[in-house]
Design a protein around this ligand. Sequence first.
Ligand SMILES: [Zn+2]
Length: 271
Amino acid sequence: MKMREFIDGLNLKDGDKHRGDCPECRGRNTFTVTNMLGDIKYNCFKLGCTVGGIYGSDMTAAEIQYRLKEQQMKRAYTNIKKEKETMEIPEYVVTPKVNHTKHQRFIRRWGIAMGDTMYDVKDERVVFPIKYDGRIIDAVGRAVGKKQHPKWYRYTGEADYYTVGSGKILLIVEDVVSAIIATQELPYITAMAILGTSLSPKHMEKIGEYDKVIIALDPDAIGKTVEYRREIELWTGNKTVAMNLIDDIKYREYEDMDKLKELCNEVSSNH
Ligand SMILES: [Zn+2]
């Protein structure tokens, strides 16, 4: 069946969203269609599937630009689906001990479990390993010494994102520490740190696995929050909520945590 016929057969009204199996690659629940003011946007985020596009009566310049960008991303995505290499852990990245005082001070300050971390004794960094398919493929090291650059160091660059938790609500946060703290406060969610400044098709594939998405970046990142929200909704068809924080998640501001819990409850109850 032709894609256009398939989509027309769904009879989506303005504002409607559809999520289901991909008619092309048969990916389970990977295919989304949205009708926004008559513009039909469809996409499959299954690895390697190139289905995606937009058609409609009244396409704006922004939509056309978006479509072009998306096609570029899809192509790049299809070309780079290589296996992730296992990280070789340097001998100076070790299991932390209580006498690593800088490490201890940092994890105590944020309330992070020692077992979630390693310690880079050479460069004085609290190291957060990143796993993929059960293997460590990358790590992020947070500087805890006096004068280190950068503050956050990536050991291999293999990982596309850092996630923690296994809930069906995805919370996107600014950094790894915020992600860990968010899942301590809300154990029923998954938290993701982007590990960069923009969303890629790899992010979108992962984000598409969740029922609902909440973006809670640092308060000075409003522009980025708005952009992410728009991109995620267009790509995945997922309902995406942007949250204004009083301070970074890692500071566990009482009001922020309350608002976040409320949002998660709303999100789960109207699912
Ligand atoms: Zn597909």
